[in-house]
Write a protein that binds this ligand. Sequence first.
Ligand SMILES: NC(=O)c1ccc[n+]([C@@H]2O[C@H](COP(=O)([O-])OP(=O)(O)OC[C@H]3O[C@@H](n4cnc5c(N)ncnc54)[C@H](O)[C@@H]3O)[C@@H](O)[C@H]2O)c1
Length: 276
Amino acid sequence: MIEQLVQPRTEIGPNLWGPFSVAGRNALVTGGAKGIGHGIANRLAEGGANVVVADVDEQAAERAAAQLGDMPGRAVACRLDVSQEPVCREAIARCVEQFGSLDILVNNAGIFPTSAVLDMTPEFFEHLLAVNLKGVFYMSKAAGVQMRKQGTGGKIINIASVDSVHPSFPGLAAYDASKGGVLSFTKNFALEMAPYNVTVNAIAPGGITTEGTAQPLTGMSAEQMEAMTSAFLQRIPLKRMGVPDDIAKVAVFLASSAADYMTGTFVVVDGGMLLA
Ligand SMILES: NC(=O)c1ccc[n+]([C@@H]2O[C@H](COP(=O)([O-])OP(=O)(O)OC[C@H]3O[C@@H](n4cnc5c(N)ncnc54)[C@H](O)[C@@H]3O)[C@@H](O)[C@H]2O)c1
């Protein structure tokens, strides 16, 4: 469950984070109720950022925000389906209304059902793209408009995947198309937002144990899932699956002034899997 996946707080306070501090920043994390998104919300709040935990699962978002209750940063929950453009604009407005600005956007929400292309319906492909790629566009546009208006810069972090650059296994063609799109979108949007001092970067996680990956993927049996996980492990030089906090710490880095001169790039966080 979430408690096991999120790392405990470190002893140092946000005022000791130096260039990695996000204290006083206002952030929105899509898909922030569970998995990697919750890990990111946790570290941002620990670092003193105020966080909107935005998720299609409203109850899980409420629980996740409540869990962050004793962090230095404040957390509020918000229902958000990233595949719905007006709802994306409302979520950005909610962050501004609640905290006064939007300084950090983490586009994390994503789904990963599997299907062979030869069996894939147009509806399957369209839904996956609507959540994983159009959602990034809708949120980035709404955030970009707000950040340009604020005139104080900003950080946009997109959670892509190692599959953005190299396929993991068959059945993920639609997912890989979406995540390849996220990476290309990241690079071009970085060019567009550079004049406003808004950086746009991506993280490419490898195999991360989350609520989502703990479930058998749609279209896969439990046995196929277990075989896939063990095949995955064989390919990881660091010999373990990642945990959400492995991604969260890199997200905080990209959200902080330590990464001020990085834009349009991506950080691979995969235990060395792409080397294998
Ligand atoms: N876990 C991995 O191994 C891995 C690897 C590479 C990339 N990623 C990417 O990281 C991101 C998070 O993955 P995870 O493993 O934490 O997933 P997860 O399923 O554990 O959590 C995803 C969260 O997103 C929410 N969500 C789903 N659809 C949404 C929508 N339409 N609008 C808003 N919220 C929505 C879910 O309710 C959930 O809280 C995804 O974009 C995924 O593609 C994960």
